[in-house]
Design a protein around this ligand. Structure first.
Ligand code: PMP
Length: 421
């Protein structure tokens, strides 16, 4: 196994951080062990600091934004725009207006597909996606293809469950207009080399959209260093509220894009004959936004910065390394994802002999260990791996070696219960 070599990471104490997360410290019924939460890839838990930010917003600042001339509305507007600036700084965007607030990664990608795709793609064009995408980076493009008729090529997997860079280079020879891919696969934890893939795409004249739902919460992500054109994230996976998220886009691309949804807040002028549209970012934020949630997202970004994203990455790699030492003791376990741990995030996807992944998850739940089972909204990836479903354990900053030990013990128990020896 190869461990990533971080240089400036400080050690992180998962057990201490756990105390910031009220849900992980709830009293359990008599005899039930504490919750081992190994499902942060689906949604992370929230620290006191984020819960407080939302609470404070509703108790002291709440009003509709941008339209009010009274003090409270101005305070709410200031809080919302400060949250945008925080997210821009967090991602190292050049300007705050390059961060469009959305509900989640799915909405971010739909926005890009509809606004950029509709004005840039024709029936003769091609785009490149990958077989490891979450459905949210497949379905919007499929829907648009139905309308416009462009072609989609997919980067396949190597035997080591990484993207096949040789095929990628060949696909770029066909001059696609866009390359879209996940920074980290939610289903197998494969970590893609965004900087290299983006350089290759740009050399071929393609724009790049990165689904960063599984990377931004777990490692430093700098949109200028990576030079991506669009980047999508969900607040709820990065200790922020559900209903918060960002589509980052380079200013010149966003400014050239038509709106996605129409309504209040996104207009310059409306007459009965028609509408002219506001500048970015308002052009893409029709209707009353989730102000409190985006304020909570900014608190989440501040929390991650305070803990340190390099330290979080290092902590998860240590847990992954430890898990990879312990898990081979479990008979019948098959794991998916790259062997090289530096090419992975803290996600372990596996099957356990002939036991259905849902049954494995149910046995683990009996031990108060939360994991996810199913196709992980990545059916084409499951098909490429030759399975219909897997069980997935995913780590975050608040997990500890004890959680890994309990996972391993739970899997031994599943084998026992199902008579697999
Ligand atoms: N992409 C990836 C890689 C994901 O892991 C997820 C969430 N599982 C999504 C997109 C969709 O995120 P959301 O449901 O928050 O829109």
């Amino acid at each position: 196994m190869v461990l990533s070599t971080q240089t400036s990471a400080t050690t992180l104490d998962g057990a201490a951080l756990r105390r910031d997360f009220p849900i992980l410290n709830q009293p359990q019924p008599e005899g039930r062990p504490p919750l081992a939460f190994l499902d942060s890839a689906a949604s992370s838990q929230k620290p006191e600091q984020v819960i407080q930010a939302i609470d404070t917003y509703y108790r002291t600042i709440n009003a509709n934004i941008h339209r009010g001339v009274y003090e409270l509305s101005e305070a709410a507007t200031a809080a919302y725009e400060a949250a945008r600036q925080t997210m821009a700084t967090f991602l190292n965007a050049r300007q705050a207006r390059e961060c469009i607030f959305v509900r989640n990664t799915t909405e971010a990608i739909n926005l890009a597909a509809n606004a950029w795709g509709r004005s840039n793609l024709t029936a003769n064009d091609r785009i490149v996606l990958t077989v490891m995408e979450h459905h949210s980076n497949l379905v919007p493009w499929h829907m648009l293809r139905e309308e416009i008729g462009f072609s989609i090529d997919y980067i396949p997997l190597t035997d080591d469950h990484q993207l096949d860079m040789t095929v990628y280079a060949q696909l770029l020879e066909q001059k696609p207009k866009l390359v879209g891919f996940a920074h980290v696969s939610n289903a197998i934890g494969a970590l893609n080399d965004v900087a290299a893939m983006t350089r290759m795409a740009h050399d071929a004249g393609a724009a790049v959209l990165v689904d960063a739902a599984q990377s931004v919460p777990h490692m430093p992500v700098d949109v200028q260093a990576l030079d991506v054109d669009f980047l999508a994230l969900s607040g709820h996976k990065m200790v922020g509220p559900m209903g918060s998220g960002v589509l980052y886009g380079k200013r010149e691309l966003l400014e050239a894009m038509p709106p996605y949804m129409g309504g209040g807040s996104m207009i310059r002028k409306v007459t009965l004959d028609g509408t002219t549209f506001a500048d970015i970012p308002a052009r893409f934020e029709a209707g009353t936004p989730a102000v409190a949630d985006q304020v909570g997202l900014a608190a989440a970004a501040d929390y991650l910065t305070a803990v340190g994203l390099e330290a979080i990455r290092e902590h998860e790699l240590e847990l992954l390394d430890y898990a990879m030492e312990q898990l081979p003791s479990v008979p019948h376990l098959t794991m998916y994802g790259p062997e090289d741990l530096s090419k992975r995030s803290g996600v372990i996807s596996f099957t356990l002999g002939s036991i259905h992944p849902h049954d494995v998850a149910a046995i683990l739940d009996g031990e108060n260990i939360a994991v996810r089972a199913g196709h992980h909204c990545a059916q084409p990836l499951m098909a490429a791996l030759g399975v219909v479903a897997t069980t997935r354990a995913s780590f975050y900053m608040y997990n500890t070696r004890d959680d890994v030990d309990r996972l391993v013990a739970g899997l031994h128990k599943a084998n026992e219960v199902f008579g697999q020896v």
